[in-house]
Design a protein around this ligand. Structure first.
Ligand SMILES: C[S@@+](CC[C@H](N)C(=O)[O-])C[C@H]1O[C@@H](n2cnc3c(N)ncnc32)[C@H](O)[C@@H]1O
Length: 221
């Protein structure tokens, strides 16, 4: 999926996005923000913030930056920020694969329902690592290709429709982790039927050890 295709698809989705994906994705957004355990004054970046449905869930003592490549999605987020007086939030149109932020800037970087949408998930994770502080947190919530062989086949069959759907239905967790080198210390099913997964990883940049031995990875079922 190319960047232009993402922008075209989310221009089409924007007016109905909250109705279509507000409630159904809400438990995952809430789980991510609870999991972040943000402290007052922390700097959090949300890549692919969309219409900003998650923004009111943050405590106002947390500084939240939201970026999105779709001007149309972000316009709705801007209205939400103004309506709810979210003075702790700033919003920018920006490509999450290549941002303007300096190295080691954010305490926590979050990608909710974005990894299977961006043209290059490896570039996304590399950029998230670069702008997150060493030892900071990288959190993802996403749909991944199902373990159920029948559902998995349907998802792979739908894969050619990715541009129309606005995401890759056959997005594989195994490939995502192998290609990005992410070693999540937490993997937890969220949303309806646990069909989406929350992944939390420490930003173990070179020189910063991931303190969690691989055997201890917590997998909630
Ligand atoms: C499925 S929506 C998720 C929106 C929001 N995070 C939520 O919880 O509803 C995916 C969002 O990612 C954005 N997006 C896709 N590729 C992007 C990129 N390269 N840079 C920034 N945003 C991107 C889309 O424009 C869209 O708003």
């Amino acid at each position: 999926m190319k960047l232009e295709a993402v922008q075209k698809t989310y221009k089409r989705y924007a007016p109905q996005y909250d109705l279509l994906f507000g409630a159904i994705f809400h438990p995952g957004r809430k789980a991510v923000i609870d999991d972040l355990e943000c402290q007052p004054g922390e700097q959090v970046l949300e890549v692919g913030v969309g219409t900003g449905l998650s923004l009111p869930l943050y405590d106002k003592s947390v500084q939240v930056t939201g970026i999105d490549i779709s001007e149309h999605m972000l316009e709705i987020a801007r209205k939400r920020k103004a309506r709810l007086k979210l003075d702790n939030v700033e919003l920018h149109v920006m490509n999450a694969q290549e941002t303007d932020f300096p190295d080691n800037h954010f305490d926590k970087v979050v990608a909710m329902y974005v990894a299977s949408v961006v043209p290059d998930p490896v570039a996304l994770v590399e950029e998230m690592r670069r702008i997150c502080k060493p030892g900071g947190q990288l959190i993802f919530v996403n749909h991944f290709n199902s373990n159920n062989p029948v559902i998995s086949r349907v998802e792979r069959w739908l894969e050619p429709l990715a541009n129309t759907l606005g995401f890759h239905p056959g997005f594989s967790m195994g490939e995502f982790l192998a290609q990005t080198g992410l070693k999540p210390e937490q993997v937890m099913p969220v949303n309806l039927f646990g069909y989406w997964q929350l992944l939390r990883a420490i930003n173990d940049k070179p020189g910063v050890a991931n303190t969690m031995p691989e055997d201890n990875i917590a997998v909630a079922v």
